[in-house]
Design a protein around this ligand. Sequence first.
Ligand code: CTP
Length: 400
Amino acid sequence: MKGKHITLAVTGAIAAYKAVFLLRLLRSAGAEVQVIGTANSLRFVGRETWEALSGRPPLFDLWETPDPSKIPHIMLAQEVDLVVVAPATANILAKAAGGIADDLVSTVLLAATVPVLFAPSMNTAMYESPATRRNIALLAEQERIHFIDCASGSLACGSAGKGRMAEPETIFGRIRYLLTPKRSEKLRWLIAAGATREYLDPIRFITNGANGATGRAIADAAWRQGAEVTLVAGNMPAPLPSDYAVRPVTSAADMHAAVTGLAPLCDVLVMSAAVADYAPVKSASKLKKGDRTKELSLESTPDILLETLPLMERRALRVGFAAETENLLENARGKMERKALDLIVANRVSASHDPFGAPDNRVVLVTPGGNEELPLMDKETLGELIADRIYDLALQKRSR
Ligand code: CTP
């Protein structure tokens, strides 16, 4: 987002307070944001809030200008990377669809030549009315114009239904998607992430500390680059992604069924999941205490990555992960060869460095051609970087 210029247009709905959080997300990601608003928007959030958080005076009037050498509504509509309207009322959608330009926001929308993202917010009856449906359909005919659908829930008017503006994180995710250049080929990615849970009885389970953050970041980054993504999600924090396909699973056996079922159709397989190598034989009823010692009988789980090998196309790219306490590179290379991988992401685990559940990580990317040692970074950035490398390798392999 660094160096990107965004016009954030706020219209008169209570969800304007959520646009404040959106502005914070955009600014923390490095974007330059000019806030503009309708007169009615000022009834919900005042000038000072926008000015303090954007670092520049917001504009509410067609005749206000930050730079007298430029015409503000043209600059804000054409010399930015994106215009986002959040919240977008039924009224602004009607004006934009009808080409009405009678204030700063509607004039910017009529003059816009860059992508525009609308985040509607209104009462359910207004959202479902034939007029609003028609206006949205008319606007969506333009390739440059995008919508982020309303969510359902309780509304400011006291009723419940569809009409709540999408959450700031969801709008932020869509903005990043729209601003990310797309790859030349739309590849199908299958990513397994998170920890598996192996139940001993209906209540207790064996698991590990993985939270799926790197796999999730890889999936998000691949989606932003235009890939068709399916995430097989072991145990990981909610909310799960809503922009691409997700198959939630619990145990290694569930993950095995999901991944082997989908692998024949994918161009890229990323097994970043922390799969249990052994699972207990599950008791149908709760295990009771009493004995001084208790023995657990464990059975090995199928090696999912290995089993996908005969199922996948030869030109598909295969990526694995390895967590090792010793002989990191030798062990990782051994796994790469044994499981016929094109890339293995090797994690060093020690008393002073436990990547599971941590916000950042340091890894080595091991390929048949050599090793690339990466510096310590947050898992979001790491996931983006790994996704970039994987996309490059996948396109190279396909062109061979
Ligand atoms: N993996 C898998 N199925 C399993 C176990 C692991 O697909 N039942 C995948 C992991 O997602 C990871 C890679 O295999 O991509 C790790 O290789 P593996 O040799 O199984 O590593 P460990 O499970 O750490 O094995 P070991 O205990 O032998 O080091």
